[in-house]
Design a protein around this ligand. Sequence first.
Ligand code: HSE
Length: 349
Amino acid sequence: MTEYKLALVGFGGVNRALAQLIAERNERWKTELGFSLKIVGVTDLFLGSLINRQGLDAASLAGLPAVKGALAQLPGGNALALNEVVIKDSGADIIAEATFTNPVDGEPATSFCRWALESAKHVVTTNKGPIALHGAQLKALAQRNHVAFEYEGSVMSGTPVIRLARQLLAGSTINGFEGILNGTSNFVLTRMESGLGFTEAVEQAQALGYAEADPTADVEGHDVRLKVVILANELLDAKLNVSDVRCRGISTLTLDDIDQARQNNARWKLIGAATRQADGSVSASVEPRLLDNAHPLASIGGATNAVSFNTDLIGTVTVSGPGAGRTETAFALLSDIISLHQAAAQNRE
Ligand code: HSE
């Protein structure tokens, strides 16, 4: 039976939810998935850090009080986030990186991933910054060190998109996609359809935990832009930088615009899209689009996300599901671990 030792980098909602899943399901995973997980290290800017090579109790970690330096209260804990030590020296096989997304330079998450990969540790991450800004370099680094670098949760949280398209649409060419890739903005538009003002709708999305720390990234399309870069580079083999993607958000849409659309059997949606052009280049954009109610993305309401792939052999394939949420995103980390376990098993054959 394989037991993977796991270090959790960033202990906000997502890795805390992963600890909870480990506490509840580790036994079951042994028979269902062929492996179990042991947490040997945790580090977090706010909570501090803790290493125990024999294994930490996942249930106690999941219930850790969210107070500054809380990890220092446990035996062997430290009030400082000793990120490099936890990543390199906790004895972990896998680093689960779930720190905040920095859309400007992807730091410090990119360094966390780099340290782990250079130390020949597998990395699973939900962080859009390192993938959108430095994905190619990090993938190459993983390859050179013969370890996995997986990031399913960076787009649409636990809803399978990247791996689904890469593996299950293999053999068919994806020529483009369009998607509702931000739950907050879709929630805001849906609430505005019921007459709520823009500001109140954003406040509700914040209260429900969908929005980024700064909701500007949600409503101005910056969050979607990172996801478009990730999907285009991954699935259309594009080499896009964030600045290559035209970006306009939903903050200028008024209740009148929304109402007028309704009278014309249409809806405004914030659409992230990429298309392969005749010359092979890929163009990409984020913008509010007026969709006829018959469009497959028009009926996607609330915080739900969806993406439609345009393929050469089977036409349009649409996947929809949650695009955010703690357990939903922790599930993406689990799916990454399952994937690297399956790859390791294949390599052993
Ligand atoms: N703030 C994002 C959203 C979370 O609303 O979709 C996931 O990236």
